[in-house]
Design a protein around this ligand. Structure first.
Ligand SMILES: Cc1ncc(COP(=O)(O)O)c(C=O)c1O
Length: 376
């Protein structure tokens, strides 16, 4: 059986990884400024993380959500504390799409409504509910009904006001659009969205799958706006590569047996990974490091010729160029051995580990300068 061929692949085979570096099968070393789509939060194969997972696996790796699993409570307690949401409840899933799927379902159970407001260039995942609120018809199949969703321009307060009504079930928004090109949702917009959702009894969902988990210098990027969403979704960096997602649910929602459910969500191994990530983030002050290294990168990038626009917060950085980004990305990868991401045709996307140091930042800055000197 061959893999179903849906991914265009680089001809690179990583066989080892440590911190912010990967090694391929030829022994070439790569700087990882992308973390496999923002997943590597505390660095590859961190010894504390490896030890925690190994220990958990040798005790018990999995049992379903029909028995006591104390490590789920430990995770909830530590996540509540570090994120600043100790009074929210936690529903554990396996991915970002699944987190958003459950968030939307929860919203609809809550107010009995169906209509959702989402945004131009949004990305929320590929499962039915999540893809319906994603602004990319090319990845929605005919079976994925989108008729209940209205897409409005990003950061457009007047457009939101015009669409809000007592029919709106939920507003779902990324604190910073990732796939959409590192576009920061404005403080004014988030505050107005909070106010309008309260006024109309709609549920405000903040998709923090990419922009969350300390990446921006706060645990969640919407915390810069000083708002509390009704539901927050998370995944990616939560398990540093072990699949886990979470739905953080405000106290106004009442749980009911059978309302939500999953076989794998919240299993022992996934929780051990997520607890280890939070411990490392706390012990090594990685949120502060994300803020510091992000500020350093931004400041240095401002001095490089050939960049059209810089966007983002902390270690979620978009670098837009006049020219298409593919040649720049390929030169960085194949000549300078640096993994970066991209968004759209013109934007380079940096989503490194939160533990990145100045030496790695400098390595990237030097390489980018060299690439731009040739390609501009
Ligand atoms: C903001 C956002 N939401 C949801 C998802 C979907 O996450 P997953 O691929 O884990 O289903 C992504 C993935 O890139 C994302 O960036």
């Amino acid at each position: 059986m061959q893999p179903f061929n849906v991914y265009p692949l680089y001809d690179i085979e990583p066989v080892k990884a440590q911190g912010s570096y990967l090694w391929d099968k030829n022994g070439d070393r790569y700087l990882d400024l992308y973390g496999g789509h923002a997943v590597i939060s505390v660095g590859h194969t961190h010894p504390y993380y490896v030890e925690a997972l190994t220990r958990q696996l040798s005790q018990i790796g999995f049992y379903s959500n029909s028995v006591q699993i104390p490590i789920q409570k430990e995770l909830g307690q530590k996540l509540g504390e570090l994120s600043g949401y100790p009074d929210y409840s936690l529903f554990l899933v396996n991915s970002g799409a699944e987190a958003n799927e459950n968030a939307l379902k929860l919203a609809s159970f809550y107010n009995g409504r169906k209509k959702v407001i989402a945004f131009k260039n949004s990305f929320h995942g590929r499962t039915a509910g999540a893809v319906a609120v994603t602004d990319n018809p090319a990845i929605a199949a005919p079976i994925n009904d989108r008729s209940h969703v209205t897409f409005i321009p990003f950061n457009d307060i007047e457009a939101l006001k015009a669409e809000m009504s007592e029919e709106i079930c939920a507003v779902i928004v990324e604190g910073i659009q990732g796939v959409g090109g590192i576009q920061v949702t404005s403080t004014e917009f988030l505050q107005e969205a909070r106010r309008l959702c309260d006024q109309f009894g709609s549920v405000l969902i903040l998709d923090s799958v990419q922009c969350g988990y300390g990446r921006t210098g706060k645990f969640f990027s919407h915390q810069f706006a000083g708002i509390d969403p009704d539901v927050i979704t998370t995944a990616k960096g939560m398990g540093n590569g072990f699949p886990i997602g979470g739905v953080l649910i405000s106290p106004k929602f009442q749980a009911k047996f059978g309302m939500l459910g999953t076989t794998f969500g919240g299993n022992h191994l996934a929780c051990a990974a997520a607890v280890a990530v939070l411990d490392i983030m706390k012990n090594e002050s990685l949120i502060a490091n994300a803020e510091k290294q992000g500020a350093y990168l931004m400041e240095q990038l401002k001095g490089i010729n050939g960049i059209k626009e810089l966007r983002g917060r902390g270690l979620m950085i978009g670098i837009e160029f006049e020219q298409p980004v593919d040649k720049i990305r390929d030169s960085l990868l194949f000549e300078h051995k640096i993994f970066c991401g991209y968004a759209g045709k013109h934007t380079l996307r940096l989503l490194p580990s939160l533990a990145i140091g100045q030496a790695e930042s400098d390595q990237f800055l030097e390489a980018l300068e060299q690439v731009l000197a040739v390609s501009v």
